[in-house]
Design a protein around this ligand. Structure first.
Ligand code: PLP
Length: 389
């Protein structure tokens, strides 16, 4: 037994169960079991060739040193141009901070505002890291309950009603993980208008799935609201849009008053993102975008297949998944809890999914299916579950 005494804060740190499910699915596959993985939240496509080539070329060209902590200026300029192209907004490249993935932005944002006595609001069910890091910071996590009857969009009225003097940060995420929900513009308008009465509250908008909306929907970026810019952190990145999860590359647009703070956090934490990856990110933003269009079209086709197939299962009903690449069916009619369904489907049908409760207490009764897999595998997975049910 080690005599080491760890910090108390570690007991408050949660995890992301999708990684636990992934490890179990891989272990079962190694034992020779035929596993279809609808558990993990990453595109099943290869990073487009021209993006990978740019990183290889960067290594050949000798780009192996540190870069500025906030990212290469040319990359931050490309991010600003991309945001202008996609959202029609003006962003100063000095407000862009490039980090290793989407996660560091949320960690830094929560650490910047979270401390005992502070309250931070976050979507529930939602990306599990929000609640985990809020607790780690010592702040009180205040859930924004997301409900199926509202298409898993937040209610601005509810969010605003939960604001207190102690509220420091509100986290929102649309399109959302794990629900695929997209919050309508009217609700965002209402939230922003209401926040004018609460100037002490910062907002982090996680827009990592901003390129993945279906059925003619268009993304509404919080950057499109100038009145909130002085306290908005807009998170986005390359992981999902360009199938680059393993590269570790993301960014956020920070308000003026936070840029120095976050840059110092970067310097203390990781110095900078590795240089070749930044060149890959540059090629992604400045190169042809048809790779994104094609990937999104494939997700859309699979989405329709999986939502239909799930609605054909006894005891299951699945709302139209409006964005990201997740379906979040209600499974209460099967008589199973979310965790029981997750374990049963993996052990007895060889299908990896993630229990809704892995995304917060409000996820009970739901299961997350990632449709970042082939149509053939999706249909096979649902047919196995059908036999089981
Ligand atoms: N935000 C949301 C809502 C996500 O679902 C994810 C990844 O699943 C991330 C951020 C983190 O992305 P990254 O892998 O780039 O850290």
């Amino acid at each position: 037994m080690s005599g080491m005494i760890f910090a108390d804060s570690l007991s408050r740190l949660g995890t992301e169960s999708a990684f636990v499910v992934l490890a179990r699915a891989q272990a079962l596959a190694q034992q020779g079991k035929d596993i279809i993985n609808l558990g993990i939240g990453q595109p099943d496509f290869k990073t487009p060739e021209h993006i990978s080539e740019a990183a290889i070329q960067a290594i050949r060209d000798g780009h192996h040193g540190y870069t500025p902590a906030n990212g290469l200026p040319v990359l931050r300029e490309a991010v600003a141009a991309d945001l202008n192209r996609r959202h029609g907004v003006e962003v100063n490249p000095d407000n862009v901070v490039v980090v290793p993935g989407g996660k560091p932005t949320m960690f830094f944002a929560v650490m910047m505002f979270g401390q005992p006595g502070a309250e931070i609001m976050y979507p529930n069910p939602g990306f599990p890291i929000y609640e985990s890091v809020i607790k780690y910071s010592g702040a009180t996590p205040v859930p924004i309950a997301l409900e199926e009857k509202n298409g898993f969009a937040f209610s601005a009225e509810k969010v605003l009603s939960q604001i207190t003097e102690r509220t420091r940060l509100i986290i929102i995420n649309s399109p959302a993980n794990p629900t695929g929900g997209v919050t309508p513009k009217a609700e965002i308008d209402k939230l922003v208008a209401g926040l004018m009465d609460h100037p002490h509250v910062a907002l982090m908008s996680d827009e990592i799935y901003s390129n993945m909306l279906y059925g003619g929907r268009e993304h509404v970026s919080l950057l499109q609201y100038p009145e909130i810019r002085d306290r908005l952190i807009m998170l986005d990145g390359w992981s999902k849009t360009y199938a680059m999860t393993g590269w570790r590359l993301g960014y956020a647009v920070w308000p003026d008053a936070a840029v120095d703070h976050v840059t110092r956090l970067c310097i203390n934490d990781h110095s900078c993102v590795n240089a070749p990856t930044q060149f890959a990110g540059l090629a992604a933003l400045t190169g042809p975008q048809d790779c994104v269009t094609e990937m999104v079209a494939q997700f859309d086709a699979r989405r329709q297949v999986i939502v239909d197939a799930l609605n054909g299962l006894p005891g299951v009903r699945c709302a139209d998944a409006a964005g990201a690449f997740y379906a979040f069916p209600n499974i209460e009619g099967t008589g199973l809890t979310a965790k029981q369904a997750q374990d049963k489907f993996l052990d007895e049908a060889g299908v990896a999914t993630v229990a809704g409760t892995s995304f917060g207490a409000w996820g009970e009764g739901y299961l997350r299916f990632s449709y970042a897999n082939s149509t053939e595998n999706i249909l096979e997975a649902i047919s196995r579950i059908k036999k089981l049910l």
